[in-house]
Write a protein that binds this ligand. Structure first.
Ligand code: 4GP
Length: 836
């Protein structure tokens, strides 16, 4: 690698190379300097936001030093890199995480105090980077943290949405969506105006024979949009490695508006191209576990895949290696099917632009890609109409047809007697219009396919990909159970617990090797430890109670049992089951005598989560929760025995307050529907127990923490089909206690009954697809057991501590090591400091 500065002049560079601050004074100097010069503020007009900006810029300087060194180190080392392609990165706030990962939070705390600020107030000024919907996007963010912390040479590639997931407001008990404009001031990104890629759309395909008689293909015409790179540094914990997240923004290729048109007086159309181009990266599609084939979404996908691949190929070509080495230098992970177009795009580059033969190109492509599936819900499986793809990406469609043809010929040869299988496994669905099945393309074009929890990885092999297991054999399929980063989800969200653990384990090494937590089990009977553990939980509940008071105006007692369900609102996640359970509890309380009530354990039921704007049933569930809260919270018969809270605008930074404050959290999806879940892991790691179905990672959590430390209920995945069938065709009676709940809703107890009729009828009359009625009795019974267990505080704390001690498996570091070993075949690279 050549340096741009000649040898004699490098001395000056080395001499003046910036050094990261390490003392309070140096931090203060950096922050004040940024506030006064970069921001042009002073001690006369420095508010908390300016303090946040100055602090962030000071930390950003630090990160950049490590980031540059890391990139140089990786380039020199010239070893295989991982590229994680994800349409979503739900990063949350960056400052607190950066301070902790570079281990300088204390310095900043003291420094900010010297300058007249409280660090919490400064941190809370930051707007979340909410470039994701839920689990899939947050997983990608946890993976970036682990990749850097474990020193893997890795890049994330995504889209720089101008609007992240909408902000949710609750108005009169209804969800309203407000745009999330988060880029007003974002010190964490570096626009790279010199790193651009021209991306082509539409046009047509030319085929001809060259002088040697070789078939040539090119994609001509159409329109060009420019991709501009925005880089976000991702610091590892306690390491010099700072990796890069590259997000692409879209821009008109000409850069400016059309001056010719402007001069002719066509003012509006002179800016139209520019606006159309910028629309591509304007907004994140707000669906979780749902795909809807909109042209703009397909444009986003291709735009991002093409720009990323161009970048990856450009980097590879600098090494001057032969193409066959590409998979030895590059591993690309497809986070769900959203980046599947990268497969035909790489084929196009190799064949049309680089002149490789099909077979070699295909070999390279398959060895490069891995595909992670995140859901078996049929409505979430991505399909694109053939006519739309023909129009937008004519060359890619041809390549997809060719991939399919060769694949089907192979299947036909291998299974000559099973011709009906061809239609089932074809990438093209013979519907009207024909559709491209992206999951099949992703699977066929990758060397490994993984699910995200054991049950889920088994399910994909027996349901959606059953035929493919027969075709390729089982080895193509693997499991990598999800995990979470303990840096954000323990150390940052629950600093006191992290410190308590460190005090017992002799330091913070457990944040890099979470299996060390098992040593906590020997403290489970330690009186002092138990007391502190309980105090920390209580303090976290007090903090959440204050937050609830501030946002919802409701006073809740921190001594009550806090029962929390926060996640996207979805029928399969069954918030409706939860709120029906709450209504039952309310009716029970109403029917009790004063004496009976005295024996009850007070509860606070807390909900949070966004509904997709077009998901009417999910919005109805939010409305019901809000209405139940309105009635219950004002009922003097109930008092502190039951409070129902819907927290507005659930996001990553709010999760950091909510998660450490649970006694119980709910992970109650219909068995077989939640691929993994990751909030279940966050809650248990923070000393809360969970109620859950035998679904996703709940099963593995049970295996780790032990059956006595988790509240499982409900039907099993293997019985779901039969139960659904019975609802539709058999004799089936609604669970009586649920009927009771429905009667109350229908009576208008919670406002206009008509508003909830679809929700109720879906269960009573329309087959109860999510089996709410089947699981209701065991759900309520299990909650009674929870009440009982909570009464015995000593035993409860034992359960909580034991569970925390056994959560080591669920670190995303473990996931990344598994991906690295079994899918990517990449090695970590030790950081070098300040290599110029
Ligand atoms: C989610 C799954 O629903 C969740 O179970 C899993 O933990 C998460 O991915 C990460 O693997 N899927 C989505 C989606 O968010 O949009 O498909």
């Amino acid at each position: 690698v050549e340096a741009s500065i000649p040898e004699p002049q490098r001395e000056a560079w080395k001499k003046y190379a910036p050094k990261p601050f390490t003392s309070t004074e140096e931090f203060e100097k950096a922050a004040v300097s940024h506030i006064e010069t970069t921001l042009a503020r002073s001690l006369y007009n420095c508010d908390e936001f300016a303090a946040y900006a100055g602090t962030s810029l000071a930390f950003r300087d630090r990160l950049v030093i490590d980031w540059n060194a890391t990139q140089q180190n990786q380039t020199f080392a010239d070893q295989k890199r991982v590229y994680y392609l994800s349409l979503e990165f739900l990063m949350g706030r960056a400052l607190d995480n950066a301070m902790l990962n570079v281990q300088q939070k204390e310095v900043a705390t003291k420094g900010l105090a010297d300058l007249g600020f409280r660090i919490e107030d400064v941190i809370s000024q930051e707007h979340d980077a909410a470039l994701g919907n839920g689990g899939l996007g947050r997983l990608a963010a946890c993976f970036l943290d682990s990749l850097a912390s474990l020193n893997y040479p890795a890049w994330g590639y995504g889209l720089r949405y101008r609007y992240g997931i909408f902000k949710q407001e609750i108005i009169d008990g209804y969800q309203m969506e407000v745009p999330d404009y988060w880029l007003d001031f974002n010190p964490w990104e570096f626009p790279r105006h010199d790193v651009t890629v021209d991306i082509q759309f539409y046009g047509h395909v030319n085929k001809w024979q060259d002088e040697d008689g070789k078939q040539q293909t090119s994609w001509e015409g159409g329109e060009i949009v420019e991709a501009v790179a925005y880089d976000v540094p991702v610091p590892g914990y306690a390491t010099g490695t700072t990796n890069n997240l590259r997000l692409w923004g879209s821009k008109a290729a000409s850069g400016e508006f059309d001056f010719q048109k402007f001069n002719r007086g066509e003012y509006e159309s002179s800016v139209a191209d520019q606006q159309r181009a910028e629309t591509i990266s304007a907004v994140l599609y707000p669906n979780d576990n749902l795909e809807r084939g909109k042209e703009l979404r397909l444009k986003q996908q291709y735009f991002w895949c093409a720009a990323s691949l161009y970048d990856i190929v450009r980097r590879f070509k600098k090494t001057k290696r032969a193409w066959k080495d590409f998979p030895n230098q590059v591993a690309i992970q497809l986070n769900d099917t959203h980046p599947t177009l990268a497969i035909p795009e790489l084929m196009r580059i190799l064949i049309d632009l680089e002149g490789l033969e099909w077979d070699e190109a295909w070999q390279i492509t398959q060895s490069t890609f891995g595909y992670t599936n995140h859901t078996v819900l049929p409505e979430a499986l991505e399909k694109w109409s053939v006519p739309l793809m023909q129009h937008l990406l004519p060359r890619h469609l041809q390549i997809i047809f060719d991939i399919n043809l060769i694949f089907l010929q192979f299947v036909e040869r291998s299974f000559p007697k099973e011709r009906e299988m061809l239609g089932r496994v074809s990438i093209i669905e013979e519907s009207n219009p024909k559709m491209v099945r992206m999951a099949y393309l992703a699977l066929i074009g990758s060397h490994k396919v993984n699910g995200v929890a054991e049950l889920h990885s088994d399910l994909i092999k027996t349901t959606i990909f059953k035929d493919f297991v027969k075709i390729y054999g089982p080895d193509k399929f693997t499991n990598v159970t999800n995990g979470i980063t303990p840096r954000r989800w323990l150390h940052q969200a629950n600093p006191r617990l992290s410190e308590l653990i460190a005090s017992k384990l002799g330091g913070f090494d457990f944040l890099k090797d979470l299996t060390m937590l098992h040593k906590l089990e020997s403290f489970v009977d330690d009186k002092e430890f138990r007391k502190e553990f309980a105090e920390i939980k209580y303090a976290n509940k007090v903090r959440l109670a204050k937050y609830i008071k501030d946002t919802n105006g409701v006073t809740v007692d921190p001594k009550a049992l806090f029962d929390i369900q926060v996640k996207r609102i979805h029928e399969y996640k069954r918030q409706q089951l939860n709120i029906f359970g709450v209504i039952k509890r309310y009716l029970d309380i109403k029917a009790m005598s004063a004496d009976e009530r005295k024996k009850l354990a007070p509860r606070v039921n807390i909900f949070g989560g966004k509904a997709a704007p077009g998901y009417w049933m999910a919005k109805t569930v939010i409305h019901l929760i809000c209405e139940v809260g309105r009635i219950v919270n004002a009922d003097p018969d109930v008092g502190d025995l039951l409070k129902v809270i819907f927290l507005e605008d659930y996001n990553v930074s709010k999760a950091e307050i909510i998660v450490p404050a649970s006694d119980i959290s709910e992970h109650i999806s219909t068995a077989g529907t939640e691929a993994s879940g990751t909030s279940n892991m966050k809650f248990v790691l923070n000393g809360g127990l969970i109620i859950g179905t035998c679904d996703g990672a709940n099963i593995e959590i049970t295996r780790e923490v032990g059956e006595n430390n988790i509240f499982l209920f409900g039907n099993l995945a293997e019985d779901v089909d039969e139960l659904r069938h019975a609802h539709l065709y058999g004799t089936y009676e609604l669970e009586p206690s649920l009927s009771h709940v429905f009667d109350a809703i229908r009576s208008g107890m919670f406002g206009d009954a008509g508003a909830f009729s679809a929700l109720v009828n879906g269960i009573v009359d329309h087959g109860d697809y999510y089996l709410v009625s089947d699981d209701f009795a065991s759900y309520c019974k299990t909650h009674e057991m929870i009440d009982e267990a909570y009464r015995n505080q000593e035993e409860w704390i034992t359960k909580c501590i034991t569970s925390v001690a056994r959560m080591g498996f669920f670190s995303s570091d473990r996931c990344i090591d598994e991906y690295a070993e079994s899918i990517w075949n990449v090695e970590p690279l030790a950081p070098k400091q300040n290599g110029i």
